[in-house]
Ligand binder design. Sequence first.
Ligand SMILES: NC(=O)c1ccc[n+]([C@@H]2O[C@H](COP(=O)([O-])OP(=O)(O)OC[C@H]3O[C@@H](n4cnc5c(N)ncnc54)[C@H](OP(=O)(O)O)[C@@H]3O)[C@@H](O)[C@H]2O)c1
Length: 411
Amino acid sequence: MSPARLDVVIFGASGYTGRFVIKELVRISRHQRWLRWGVAGRSQVKLDIAVQSACSPDERKFVRVITADADDESSLRLMCAATKVVINCCGPYYQCGEAVVRAAIDTTTHYLDVCSEPTFLELVWVKYEVAARKAGVLVINACGLGCVPVDLGVLYLEQCFNGTLNSVEAYLVSQPSGETYKRWPANVLKYSTYEAAIYEIANGSKTRQSCSLKFEPELKPRGLLHKRFNRWCKPYPGADEAVVNRTQHYFYKENNKRPVQFKRYHSSPFFLDSILALIGSIILWMICRVFCMSKFLIRHPRLCSLGIVTYGDPDESFMRQLSFEHTLVGVGWKGEPRGQPTDEIIARVYTVGDNAPYEGTAVVVVHCAITILTARDKMPSYGGVFTPGAAFKNTDLIQKLNEDKLKFEII
Ligand SMILES: NC(=O)c1ccc[n+]([C@@H]2O[C@H](COP(=O)([O-])OP(=O)(O)OC[C@H]3O[C@@H](n4cnc5c(N)ncnc54)[C@H](OP(=O)(O)O)[C@@H]3O)[C@@H](O)[C@H]2O)c1
């Protein structure tokens, strides 16, 4: 790898997430003065504006701006060859992601993204594992708030438990508070996230490679609605269950370690909210899968979402009021793993900051990049496609996040 390379380049830096990642890199490079970084994207003008609004005039001089388009592979290779680590914030990933992974592997550049699209995560793993391994490149997907809190959260519970964990159930609480709760949530969901979600519902693979290993006693799903911690809980179809299962599968294969079984739920204090969300999800699934109308949903996002989806930036006052917190309940044995689990441990993983989902995502992915640059010797010595848990387990990433804005604590 050429020493003249930058340390980090953010691709898709002019987008909503990309701009939070810029802010985070500016903040961190004020302490880590060795860090040399740049931004990349298809519009030089938008990139310049993004850099200007985040950096002081002195700082701007050191930020390299690179134009690259996800549809132009040679521009992606030039971008990747200019850096040691590329952070891909360009979405939806099913459209823009694969070419960037390929360019990173071709140019021996470590690759990170904040993807939460299960089909894309699966595609990268199945298609690029061998090439990444041969090239000695780390391809680490899902380094955002969508998956890291639970993936690292399960590892954190294991570290603190001092025994053998049989299973973990995670409960996400993500809801607006104060005045925003009473308002219709207009303009709060980014179009790129909505588009990816609709694509996933319509096309998500039913033959996904399953990594969930069954151990006795088996962790059974709890059905469509159950009550726990005084909240109404329903299954949550995110990418994180697959990511946690892959991490556990990795350590089972590498170290013959007994995997922790995992299920995740979304929870709300209000019965009506949960029922409406459940009915909404079923209707959405039917529109996409039974009536095959996903293209209509993608073409008319404002109409179909009743104004929830926005092409611009999400409503800032809503985002500021949005909490993002997981409760992780682990059960297992302090002694010999035999019979039903006898002991329990509970952790809270939550963000602090102004805009929990996006600021949290930026904090996580920037710390992942810094960890690759500073603690490569504590990560898998070979390349490959990894989950965050598999890649960072032996580093101090959890501690670094804890000192920053993603908190892990035992309750
Ligand atoms: N899981 C998580 O924790 C998490 C959190 C946040 C975001 N995300 C994901 O991150 C992705 C980005 O989200 P966002 O809200 O930042 O979206 P966004 O504001 O729409 O930004 C998308 C970015 O991608 C760029 N882009 C699109 N097509 C491109 C192409 N062909 N070539 C080069 N650049 C291209 C856009 O460039 P222009 O500005 O030139 O249009 C923009 O910079 C989404 O997939 C979202 O789901 C995940």
